[in-house]
Design a protein around this ligand. Structure first.
Ligand SMILES: [Zn+2]
Ligand SMILES: [Zn+2]
Length: 452
């Protein structure tokens, strides 16, 4: 498998003499299998040069695939400038996360409205097919791909590619679930373990590393990783090499060199250290092994291309939150998704509502003795009710206690303060994932014990 970086910058393009070596264009990567399957991953401004190269060197008509992680500007601004889309006879399959209330096509058409751009989406010459993705697996040409929701204030998918005996993971944009790990040390909680599994044993991980640990305090909730986190999580996941990318627009070439040097120094005393480097525009890597690549684990074969995920409006969120302001803040977020909310403020009523109402998500406060979220969580898991053993449970708290949460069977901590947009995205990812679990169980294709 061949990988080429066409855009490595985060947030906004940053051309100029100070970003010559690592590049000023925003996210875009070209992946090719030996058999010739062409995949473009993200369509930031780097896609302009990629499109130009394809037009000059490829035999037309051209069939390509494009995987978009999410529709923030720095990942789609190259779209209306990607020349192969304008050529009649070319075929493009476009994949992006399924959203709420808007199709992938509508999201891409948005930036091509007449006010912003002189050519409308309908005027593109190529045959374009749009595919909406959730968490699961899909096949593109001869490449097996697995998707996973990342932690970002927009519904964002990471992609894991298996082909030619090699594994590549693209995880951008993503914020650590755990604040200890964001600083470069700590034990993965259940959410982080999911990320570790997604990265596990990869030959190369291309990972968001917009910040470094000392900057993180001021960037909490912005949806990005620290370099320290990316490297530590990759080390835990037994990854061979990590390309740090989504470079902050304020970070010039010399600062990136200094960052890489510092990160490599911290790895010297550690076991199982991966090779670490900064993604650079123009860099080409060849991945391949003699032995077969890691297959997608059995029992997790839910198609990422499903069209039958239940509507979010069929869901119900149970809030066990006594604090009135906090409850209103959370209820507003859930209502904004068109989802119904039930609120209870004492343990007995929460337990009873959970049994009777069958919520698809339970959000609890942990503030004993008013509400002991961890104890309620434990009781729900031990209730003998199959639904309550499985339902995602989140605890809202000022601090995370990873060990206690794991012991109680908690799905996730929502550490305050968080923005409403952040919570909204976590909620969407959680509910989509739950809907998939429910649907998968119904068709018998998902593993019931699958952790969420
Ligand atoms: Zn981005
Ligand atoms: Zn983003």
């Amino acid at each position: 498998m061949k990988v080429r970086f066409w855009g490595t910058r985060g947030s906004i393009a940053k051309p100029g003499p100070r970003t010559m070596r690592y590049g000023g264009n925003t996210s875009c990567i070209e992946v090719r299998s030996r058999a010739g399957t062409l995949v473009v991953v993200d369509c930031g401004t780097g896609a302009h040069d990629l499109g130009k190269m394809l037009m000059e060197t490829e035999a037309l008509p051209l069939h390509g695939h494009m995987l978009i992680s999410h529709t923030h500007w720095d990942h789609i601004q190259g779209w209306p400038f990607f020349a192969p889309l304008f050529v009649p006879g070319n075929e493009w399959d476009i994949y992006a996360p399924r959203s709420v209330g808007q199709s992938v096509r509508e999201m891409l058409a948005g930036q091509m409205q007449y006010t912003y751009f002189p050519v409308l989406l309908d005027q593109l010459g190529a045959a374009i097919r749009y595919h909406e993705l959730v968490e699961g697996v899909l096949t593109v040409g001869d490449i097996n791909i697995r998707t996973r929701y990342l932690n970002h204030p927009a519904l964002t998918l990471g992609y894991r590619f298996d082909v030619d005996g090699a594994t590549l993971v693209y995880a951008c944009d993503h914020e650590p679930y755990s604040r200890q790990l964001a600083l470069g040390a700590g034990v993965p909680n259940a959410q982080e373990q999911g990320h570790v599994d997604f990265l596990s044993d990869a030959d190369l991980v291309i990972h968001d590393a917009q910040y470094f640990a000392a900057e993180y305090e001021a960037k909490i909730g912005w949806g990005h990783s620290t370099a320290e986190y990316a490297v530590e999580i990759g080390r835990i996941a037994n990854v061979k090499a990590i390309a740090l990318t989504h470079h902050d627009p304020t970070r010039d070439d010399d600062a990136i060199d200094a960052l890489i040097e510092r990160i490599r120094a911290t790895l010297k005393e550690k076991e199982n250290a991966p090779e670490v480097f900064a993604a650079a525009e123009g860099l080409v890597l060849e991945l391949g092994r003699d032995k077969p690549s890691t297959p997608v684990p059995a029992g997790d074969q839910f198609s990422a291309l499903t069209e039958t995920v239940p509507q979010l409006s069929e869901h119900l969120v149970l809030l066990g939150v006594a604090d009135t302001a906090q409850a209103k803040f959370l209820a507003d977020i859930v209502h904004a998704e068109g989802i119904e909310v039930k609120r209870q403020v004492d343990e007995a009523s929460i337990m009873q509502a959970a049994r009777l109402e069958r919520p698809t998500l339970i959000v609890l406060e942990h503030n004993p003795p008013t509400i002991d979220g961890l104890r309620i969580c434990r009781h729900l898991r031990d209730s003998g009710d199959h639904h309550l053993e499985q339902v995602p449970i989140a605890i809202v708290a000022a601090q995370e206690d990873t060990a206690a949460g794991a012991a109680a069977g908690l799905t996730t901590w929502l550490v305050t303060p968080f923005s409403s947009i952040y919570a909204r995205t976590r909620l969407r990812a959680g509910l989509f994932r739950d809907a998939i679990g429910v649907f998968g169980a119904r068709t018998g294709s998902a593993d019931e014990s699958k952790s969420r």
